[in-house]
Design a protein around this ligand. Structure first.
Ligand SMILES: Nc1ncnc2c1ncn2[C@@H]1O[C@H](COP(=O)(O)OP(=O)(O)O)[C@@H](O)[C@H]1O
Ligand SMILES: [Mg+2]
Length: 359
């Protein structure tokens, strides 16, 4: 293997972003992880001045000093601009790029994505908010269930008493609608009475494979091409297997429902090691993150709908419950993880699950 090829493999395998600049501040390396993190493609930045791509005076100053004096710099929390999409919370280190003779050729700039970790920290706060909502819902569903039973019973009696078939239609409508409400409430109950996860060591790849096997046999599943790419270095994780299976089933079913005429479902897993979690109680926490992606080639989700995806009862399907994603999110939160849906209208949707692996 040539040195160049080997060097490219290393750059491509890094889960952290890496770029180099030369002594004239021209960007000379930009690895795939960094492309992904900042949503900028390598071809757009190679050969261009750093300051033109990243108008960040503070970083430029640090790079300048790094190249002239050899001093390294570290920015534990830095908001880097993403292409056209706000800021990314990252940690940045700048070290001198030194050749065999000890001369400084430029700077090596390492960028770690801290966004996910921040979101995980915030999600525990959101989970608290959801808890009070759940208490309210639990009470409400209980109160609604009994009157519904009464209404249904009375409508059935009425239906029996009425002789005129045209009039019979009215109590039948009542019964049908009551059944619909009962169905909703049964679903809601599964959200509000969700049990605490029972944690044990789980092989997520096995769980995924079993779900895929199951979904393959459904009517739409038979028309869909499934593929999977698993990161073999992912260890067994502490999780509730049944709850995780429920998440995978919900997500894959959403994908299938988005592709009634067939398409592709791609399942991928990856581990990113050694993220540095912000200091908690004065201690630094290092954790790894497991990323599970379920990608489809369905119609995608219109931009104006994306904000409602996790809202209970939001559905665009005639027979949907609108609770699938709300339940998935709840389960992932219970695992101290994070669920994200990314979608491009007309191209497809990717559900991304982040699960922390505490060491
Ligand atoms: N993979 C997907 N592709 C397209 N739209 C999706 C996908 N997943 C979810 N959605 C949208 O989000 C809505 C809510 O999903 P969900 O909570 O599972 O409820 P339901 O599937 O019962 O409608 C769906 O009605 C659909 O509009
Ligand atoms: Mg669903």
């Amino acid at each position: 293997m040539s040195d160049d090829l080997f060097y490219n493999y290393i750059l491509g395998s890094l889960t952290e972003g890496l770029m180099t600049v030369d002594r004239d501040f021209i960007i000379t390396t930009f690895n795939p992880a960094l492309e992904q993190i900042l949503e900028i493609s390598t071809s757009q930045v190679l050969g261009r001045p750093f300051i033109e791509v990243f108008p960040e005076k503070e970083l430029e100053k640090a790079i300048h000093k790094n190249i002239t004096t050899g001093q390294s710099f570290s920015f534990p929390e830095y908001y880097l601009p993403k292409r056209g999409k706000g800021l990314l919370l990252s940690s940045i280190t700048i070290s001198p790029l030194i050749n065999g003779a000890g001369a400084i050729l430029g700077s090596v700039i390492l960028v770690k994505d801290l966004q996910v970790l921040k979101e995980i920290e915030e999600s525990s706060w959101q989970a608290d908010k959801l808890l009070s909502l759940k208490t309210l819902l639990a009470g409400l569903t209980h109160e609604i269930r009994n009157p519904l039973l009464g209404i249904r019973g009375a409508a059935q009696l009425l239906e029996r008493e009425l002789a005129d078939p045209e009039l019979k239609e009215y109590p039948q409508v009542i019964i049908k609608e009551v059944d619909r409400l009962n169905f909703l409430i049964a679903n809601l109950t599964s959200l509000t009475y969700m049990r605490k996860p029972f944690l044990e060591l789980v092989n997520i790849h096995e769980v995924l494979e079993r779900v895929i096997l199951l979904e393959r046999q459904t009517p739409i599943g038979q028309k869909v091409q499934f593929s999977s790419e698993y990161d073999p270095s992912i260890p067994h994780i502490m999780a509730d297997e049944n709850l995780l299976r429920q998440v995978f089933i919900n997500l894959i079913q959403n994908s299938l429902e988005a592709m009634p005429e067939g398409g592709e479902v791609r399942v991928r897993t990856k581990i990113s090691s050694d993220y540095q979690l912000a200091r908690i109680n004065g201690l630094e926490h290092h954790i790894s993150i497991i990323k599970i992606q379920i990608q489809d080639t369905g119609g995608g989700i219109p931009k104006d709908k994306v904000q409602y995806l996790f809202t209970p009862f939001f559905t665009t399907k005639p027979k949907g419950s609108g609770l699938g994603l709300a339940i998935c999110q709840e389960i992932i939160w219970q695992h101290k993880g994070r669920l994200r849906i990314e979608s491009v209208e007309g191209k497809g949707t990717t559900a991304i699950i982040f699960l922390p692996l505490r060491q």
